[in-house]
Write a protein that binds this ligand. Structure first.
Ligand SMILES: Nc1ncnc2c1ncn2[C@@H]1O[C@H](COP(=O)(O)OP(=O)(O)OP(=O)(O)O)[C@@H](O)[C@H]1O
Ligand SMILES: [Mg+2]
Length: 270
């Protein structure tokens, strides 16, 4: 599913060339090149501090690059003409404090606010947008319920519904699976995959859950300052190959066994 732009001759939705980003004078991302096409579901993985959130914030135009090019729909980040086309779900967005009293419907409605409808309410079109978004994420039965009464998975879906109501086409999600149970995680992943296939959305999703991402996304990118892997999710390297790609030398002579793979995966997350 990668590089379909080459086959169709269509410009990629996101084009990143030789991107380098520093924070507080320290290089965080170095020489990143990639393209993402419309309809792709891309998983962005990597160790803590590897630069995933920094990368998303740079695409959004919140952080400035030191070097390189970013084009979204052929425009620079934060250009006026692409405002509203990009939706962002931040790390721990679903951790809304319990004292915030807001229903699912009201939260989703916030996604439809823009400069032109903020004061007059938006009317029938806005009502339809909100209704469709709530139905898409399957929360119609709890739409009048307070957000604080929902499960972690339902909250996360409500946050995504807000993005859908905004009509965003390119959705960036930073760790949407944190804090949600296995069942909700599976249905959320299925739902995101459906969004790409049936609603032509494009998704770039950060997660530490490599196994879950591998089962769902079409393509995976491993970022640790530089891109260490970018390719089909079903060809994602095993831990030994990944260590080699990251430039990690084996300390012991023995090969890793099935038993300690689990421990290693958890070490990766720390
Ligand atoms: N405001 C900041 N100023 C300076 N350095 C920062 C700032 N925010 C983050 N960093 C550093 O940038 C590096 C990359 O951070 P970033 O949050 O992009 O990583 P990440 O891959 O998203 O990590 P995680 O998986 O923990 O969310 C880290 O070393 C971090 O300490
Ligand atoms: Mg992060």
């Amino acid at each position: 599913m990668t590089n379909t732009s080459l086959e169709t001759n269509q410009a990629p939705l996101l084009n990143v060339e030789k991107l380098s980003v520093s924070r507080s004078g320290r290089s965080i991302i170095e020489d990143v090149c990639l393209t993402i096409d419309e309809g792709e579901f891309v998983g962005l993985v990597g160790p803590n501090g590897g630069g995933k959130t920094t990368f998303l914030l740079t695409i959004l135009g919140i952080l400035k690059s030191r070097k390189g090019i970013i084009e979204i729909y052929g425009q620079k980040p934060a250009s006026k003409s692409i405002l509203g086309k990009i939706g962002w779900v931040s790390q721990s967005a679903a951790n809304i404090p319990n004292n915030v009293r807001i229903t699912v419907r009201e939260l989703v409605q916030l996604g439809t606010l823009n400069a032109s409808n903020m004061f007059w309410g938006g009317g029938a079109t806005q009502y339809e947008q909100v209704k469709n978004a709530i139905e898409l994420v399957g929360l119609q039965d709890v739409e009048n319920r307070d957000i604080s009464q929902l499960s972690g998975g339902q909250r996360q879906r409500a946050i995504i519904a807000r993005i859908l109501a905004s009509k965003a086409e390119f959705i960036l999600l930073d760790e949407p699976l944190v804090g949600i149970d296995r069942e909700s995680r599976n249905s959320l992943l299925k739902f995101l995959d459906k969004l790409c296939h049936e609603s032509q959305k494009t998704i770039l999703m950060v997660s530490h859950d490599i196994a879950a991402i591998q089962q769902t996304s079409h393509r995976m990118i491993y970022l640790e300052e530089r891109i260490r892997y970018d390719g089909a999710a079903n060809c994602f390297p095993d831990l030994a190959d990944l260590a080699a790609l990251r430039g990690i030398q084996p300390v012991h002579e023995h090969n890793y066994t099935e038993n300690n793979l689990y421990q290693l995966e958890n070490l990766e997350k720390k």
